[in-house]
Every structure is written in structure tokens, then in C-alpha cells.
Write a protein that binds this ligand. Structure first.
Ligand code: CAA
Length: 390
């Protein structure tokens, strides 16, 4: 029985900041960002956008035409959750009118949890193949303004429908795993921006690539030359290039094969920025949407990394129906349709006080998406459809 991704789609925010604006504000050479870290721009949330609205927007597309009664599990993976107790997925469940006879859970392990949710979804479908699981990975990456992490912010959500009829990608059972307790990137409960030891986090990521690969091979996984493509968690696109150079040395493939395996997987992340849990799957969509070739039968490798740190390396094979499930036009429209803002507007949005005083805080309108966060009322978050979703 094949198990995997039946449908997959992404959403991003309504605003975008060009990294030349950040370079000017920081007094940095723009090439440090465009070439050195491999990023051109980053998605910035409008005041009424958060992981719930982004996740619901991505999920709406993969739910179109589905029998919702088959979806009895909803897994919401995020680093930027909106409540210490209630899952962001429960808010999303209502917005989407999902089956009340469902379980909904939030998953956390930095940028890794989307993969954890995907693997658990596969296990649930293996037990009940007539059921489907909705997995949503959604994040808004936030570092302090003016810090070295600032140009590596961004935002996106990816929704995946996991089932025993995987029209897009059949996922293979072998995984390479690696966990170590380290402090490379984390966010204490009292902060809305991450703390990061940047150079250490890059080294920890590369170590995790190596260790996860060795475990993958020890578990009976394929040789590196058997992969047509490789997708990486992309805090910035140069990290994927560094990761794959490390893997190519471990797996013994030549430079031509190495470069071909990464082709088309970086395009979306370069303009969206880091989307933490979603970023690996943004890389997959970049490949599926951008490659001019018929990818049917191609094997794709995936490396997922969540600081702190958990790594997982696994593989999937593209299925004949993948083009019938394509949302390429909508993805391009979402990315190209973002409104550019300048550094001053970004800074104003970035520095707005968090709603932590217990008062009511309505949010001004700004999103062009189908759902909005209307604000905090009586300590609760209020979400509503917009005219774009009506
Ligand atoms: N032209 C071209 N390249 C230039 C340049 C120029 N004018 N100026 C600098 N560069 C190059 C540098 O040589 C360097 O390249 P190498 O890494 O290949 O040596 C690159 O640009 C970056 O320069 P610096 O190291 O000097 O940059 P920095 O100190 O300002 O910080 C960073 C870079 C560490 C990535 C920082 O942006 C950061 O901390 N980001 C957040 C953490 C992060 O993303 N870590 C990734 C791994 S952890 C993870 O994956 C989880 C997660 O999502 C956070």
C-alpha cells in the first residue's frame, strides 16, 4: 500500500520587504544577503494575519472537493503558536468547517515539527487507510530588528492532505533520525523573537545532515546517487546549498549530480524567507511548480531540521497524478501579489506591542486572504472570514 501526500498547497502573507531595504537600514552590502545568504525578500504579515489565517488559507485549497468526513485528524505544526494551551488547529478547524468528529493537535519542535506531524499522519493512515489526515505547517519567523538574524525572517504555511491515495508523493518508510540537546536557536515563553547563536546553528544543522544521513543508510535507505532531487529545510537558501555540499561529500556524488539534485528547490524560499516548519515543504512546492520536466517516478530526498535539535532524512517518489493536483498558478499569484513595504512600515509592524496586557485589542484590516485575525476580545482570539473568502 502506498501512503503519502494526496494534495499540497502553500499560502503566504500579504506584504513583502525587499532585503535591499534591510541592507540599507543595517548599513550592509546588499550582496551579503543576495549572495552570502541567498535571499532576495521576505514575507511580512499584515496586522490581521497570523499562523491560523495562513494555515487556513493553505488548507482551504487542498480541501476543495474533498469528502470532509474522511478527515478525522488535523495536525497543526508551528513554532509561532498563538496560545499556550489551545491548538491553533482548533481555530482553523472552525474557519474551515471541518468534521466535528476529528482530533486536533498542535506540534512543536522548532522548524522540525511539520515533519513529525507528517510521519505521525502516515502512521494513522496506515492503521485506517480509509481516513485522511490534514497536516498544516505554518510559521512567522521573527528575530530582533537590527540583529544578524533580521534578514532571515519570513512567513508561509503549507497544508498537506495525507492519505492512502497519494496523487502527489508516495513517502517511503525509511527515515534517518538524529536528536541532540543543544542551544543553537530557541524562544523562551517571554519572547516573541528567537534567540540564536547563528554560526553555531549553521554548524549544528550540517552535523545533523551528516548524522541523519548515516542513520538513514544504516536503516537500509538508498544511495545518494539514486535521488533525482533533494529538498532541505531552508532558514536561508545558502544553508541548503551548504547542507547538500556536506551530503554530497558523505554520499560520494560528483559536483554535477549535486547541483542537479538541488535545482528548482530554492526559488520560492529565496523570496518568501524562512517559514520554519513550512520551509522544507515550500522547497518541495518550488520544485514541483518550477521544474519544466515531468517528475513522475523521480525520487526526492528530504532533510528536516529543527533547532534544539532534531533532524530527519527521508524520501518520497513523485506520483503520476501530481500535475492534476498542481496549484502553481495560485502559488505564483500569492507570491507575486504581495504588496511591497519599506523598512519604516516593516519596523512599525515588527515593533508593535504584543497583546499581553489582558485588554481588548481589535486589529486593523490588511490581509488580502480569505480569513483574518480580528483581534483579542475577553482574552480570546477572534477569527473571521473576509470578503475574499466569501
Ligand atoms: N558579498 C557576498 N557574500 C558576502 C558578503 C558580500 N558583500 N558579505 C558577507 N558575505 C557572506 C559571508 O562570507 C558568509 O558566507 P559563508 O557563511 O559562506 O562564509 C555569509 O555572507 C553570511 O555572512 P556572515 O556570517 O558574516 O553573516 P552574519 O554574521 O550577519 O549572520 C547568519 C548570518 C548566521 C545566517 C544570521 O543571519 C543568523 O543568525 N540567522 C538566523 C539563524 C539561522 O538561520 N541559522 C541557520 C541554521 S539553524 C536552522 O536552520 C533553524 C532555523 O530555521 C533558525
Amino acid at each position: 500500500m502506498k501512503l503519502g501526500i494526496e494534495d499540497i498547497s502553500l499560502a503566504t502573507t500579504s506584504l513583502v520587504l525587499d532585503l535591499d531595504e534591510v541592507a540599507a537600514a543595517q548599513g550592509a552590502d546588499p550582496d551579503k544577503f543576495r549572495i552570502g545568504i541567498g535571499q532576495d525578500s521576505m514575507s511580512i504579515p499584515a496586522p490581521d494575519e497570523d499562523v491560523v489565517t495562513l494555515g487556513a488559507q493553505a488548507a482551504q485549497r487542498v480541501l476543495h472537493g474533498q469528502d470532509l468526513s474522511a478527515i478525522r485528524t488535523v495536525l497543526f505544526a508551528t513554532e509561532s503558536g498563538v496560545d499556550q494551551s489551545k491548538s491553533a488547529g482548533v481555530y482553523m478547524h472552525r474557519l474551515l468547517g471541518l468534521n466535528p468528529n476529528a482530533r486536533v493537535i498542535e506540534f512543536k519542535q522548532a522548524c522540525y515539527s511539520g515533519t513529525g506531524a507528517l510521519q505521525l499522519a502516515l502512521a494513522l493512515v496506515a492503521r485506517n487507510p480509509e481516513q485522511k489526515v490534514l497536516v498544516v505547517a505554518a510559521d512567522i519567523a521573527r528575530y530582533d530588528a537590527g540583529s544578524s538574524g533580521e534578514p532571515t525572517q519570513g512567513a508561509a504555511a503549507v497544508a498537506m492532505l495525507i492519505s492512502a491515495t497519494p496523487d502527489v508523493l508516495a513517502i517511503e518508510p525509511v527515515s534517518g533520525l538524529y536528536t541532540q540537546d543543544i542551544m543553537d536557536f530557541w524562544r523562551p515563553n517571554y519572547r516573541s523573537t528567537a534567540i540564536v547563536d547563528g554560526r553555531y546553528s549553521i554548524k549544528a544543522y550540517l552535523d545533523s545532515v551528516k548524522q541523519s544521513w548515516r542513520d538513514y543508510r544504516a536503516q537500509g535507505g538508498h544511495e545518494l546517487s539514486e535521488f533525482d532531487h533533494f529538498c532541505y529545510h531552508q532558514p536561508f537558501t545558502r544553508q541548503a546549498v551548504k547542507g547538500h555540499a556536506t551530503l554530497a561529500r558523505e554520499g560520494g556524488v560528483d559536483a554535477e549530480t549535486r547541483d542537479a539534485q538541488l535545482e528548482h528547490t530554492l526559488d520560492y524560499n529565496r523570496v518568501l524567507g524562512n517559514s520554519y516548519t513550512a520551509s522544507l515543504y515550500v522547497g518541495l512546492l518550488s520544485l514541483l511548480d518550477s521544474s519544466p520536466d515531468d517528475l513522475t517516478g523521480h525520487r526526492i530526498g528530504f532533510f528536516s531540521y529543527g533547532s534544539g535539535a532534531v533532524g530527519e532524512l527521508f524520501a518520497g517518489v513523485v506520483q503520476p497524478g501530481y500535475r492534476t493536483r498542481s496549484h502553481r498558478t495560485e502559488h505564483r499569484a500569492a507570491i507575486d501579489g504581495r504588496t511591497p513595504i519599506d523598512y519604516a512600515r516593516y519596523f512599525e509592524l515588527h515593533e508593535r506591542p504584543d497583546d499581553v496586557d489582558g485588554g481588548d485589542h481589535p486589529r486593523e484590516r490588511g490581509t488580502t486572504g480569505p480569513f483574518r485575525f480580528a483581534g483579542v476580545r475577553d482574552h480570546g482570539r477572534v477569527y473571521e472570514p473576509t470578503s475574499a473568502g466569501a
